[in-house]
Ligand binder design. Structure first.
Ligand code: B12
Ligand code: SF4
Ligand code: SF4
Length: 374
């Protein structure tokens, strides 16, 4: 018991030094949310994200990620607020805020992608240090760091570890950090003890939260602000209606009826976060590589339309944009150009009429027609 407490304190201190602002520990138990996940997939809400259905069984228990797993250390690392989030007080350099250009033909990007690095790589480098510490404290036990890609319901375990509550926009919220943070986990075969909220498992989907309270209250700002009405109900998101899904996860053509809803989002979407009152008063330290860099370039559709394969590789190989590839960014850029009536982009779109990729080919034709009509 004492040994576990000491181990947790040491790991907590180390994680804080590494930039994780909220940290918690929870025993590796089966998830009470598995049925929800299963019906979510069965309802088709995962769209083409087959990596969820194909590993469904692994989500039942953290053992699906690390056999013999006894404990999870859950971690939150803040990233910059989206500039459309109205801050209530100055909180240091956490937002691009006023520095964002007020250019009507510019698009915008999700803030998590505004830094200069791939957060997966950056976080994994830090998780490796924590993994090593656990292995030194508990020799012979296997430990694994994960961020984003493992079949683990990160928000669920983070809520159980008292990092925050699951908001109506389905994101994990914390009273100090709002929702602009990444989640990560260290799974250990060692028993690290628990800091789980008492009785939390019995609360079902009503309030699996800090101290079991739902700090969303009667607020519905995120549900009302979603441009594509992607929330089936509070805390249930149909990804196939979400701009983030279409602009980041989905490969290939974007159906005609989805294009207008994308508005000016070139990559991801933060609309259900910019309006959240908890993000307006957040107080978070954002590490240097996660602070916005080259914002005006990344939010300019013409920049993406005129970028060469080679330059894309050089500049974006180790950033979140790599997931979508250049063709995906160019697809998104044409849709944004059409939605924002960006006549200046027409010149950059013309060469795509002869592009070998039929997706970009069709889109160029469609976008130019939209611009002619404007
Ligand atoms: C697939 C995925 C997506 C999909 C689906 C999103 C979704 N809401 O599920 C898409 C592409 C749409 C997406 C978008 C985004 N994502 Co995403 N995504 C994931 C991923 C890989 C899996 C999520 C998943 O399993 N969904 C399945 C369904 C069933 O989840 P669900 O319906 O929301 O229900 C869950 C919870 O809400 C919870 N729950 C809901 N209500 C209640 C009530 C109670 C009582 C309890 C106990 C639990 C509970 O239980 C369910 C199971 O966990 C996670 C990483 C991970 N491994 O967890 C990141 C993750 C959720 N995404 C993240 C981010 C940052 C985003 C975006 C903000 C990116 C952007 N700006 O464009 C948007 C936000 C959109 C939104 N409002 O959710 C972060 C969220 C951090 C945070 N603060 O919560 C994560 C955790 C990645 C990370 N490691 O940091 N994402
Ligand atoms: S990320 Fe955008 S599209 Fe997706 S649910 Fe939030 S507001 Fe709606
Ligand atoms: S906008 Fe309101 S309802 Fe939505 S997550 Fe924030 S506090 Fe909760």
């Amino acid at each position: 018991m004492i040994l576990q407490q000491l181990a947790r304190q040491q790991l907590r201190d180390q994680a804080a030094e590494l930039g994780f602002e909220v940290i918690g520990f929870v025993p590796a138990k089966g998830t009470t949310e598995f049925d929800h996940l299963q019906s979510w997939v069965e309802n088709g809400y995962a769209g083409s994200m087959d990596y969820i259905a194909s590993r469904l069984d692994a989500y039942r228990h953290p053992e699906g990620v690390l056999p013999g797993c006894k404990s999870l250390m859950m971690l939150a690392l803040p990233y910059a607020s989206h500039p459309r989030t109205t801050p209530r007080k100055t909180t240091g350099n956490t937002s691009v805020g006023e520095s964002a250009p007020n250019n009507r033909s510019a698009g915008t990007i999700a803030s998590y992608a505004s830094g200069s690095i791939d957060y997966h790589d950056w976080i994994h480098d830090r998780l490796r240090i924590l993994v090593k510490s656990i292995q030194t404290m508990f020799p012979g036990t296997v430990t694994r760091g994960v961020v984003d890609t493992a079949p683990l319901l990160e928000r669920y375990f983070a809520a159980r570890a008292n990092l925050g509550w699951i908001g109506k926009n389905t994101l994990l919220l914390n009273r100090k950090l709002g929702s602009y943070f990444f989640l990560a986990a260290v799974l250990a075969q060692a028993d690290l003890g628990s800091e789980e909220t008492e009785g939390s498992e019995e609360t079902g989907r009503k309030g699996f939260t800090e101290g079991n309270s739902d700090h969303c209250g009667s607020c519905t700002a995120c549900l009302d602000a979603c441009p594509t009405e992607a929330f089936v109900k509070p805390r249930v998101l149909d990804a196939t209606r979400c701009i983030s899904y279409w602009t980041i996860e989905h490969r290939g053509p974007i159906p005609l009826e989805k294009r207008q809803g994308i508005q000016d989002w070139l990559f991801g979407c933060d609309a259900c976060q910019t309006v959240c009152p908890w993000n307006r008063k957040r107080d978070a330290h954002v590490a240097e590589p996660l602070r916005p860099s080259n914002w005006s370039q990344k939010t300019d559709p013409i920049f993406w339309l005129t970028l060469s394969d080679e330059d894309f590789r050089k500049q974006f190989r180790h950033t979140p944009f790599w997931r979508t590839r250049l063709a995906g960014m160019q697809r998104n850029a044409m849709i944004v150009a059409a939605n924002t009536r960006n006549q200046d982009a027409a010149q950059a779109i013309l060469p795509f009429l002869d592009h070998p990729d039929p997706v970009l080919n069709e889109l160029a034709d469609w976008t130019l027609k939209q611009l002619q009509r404007a």
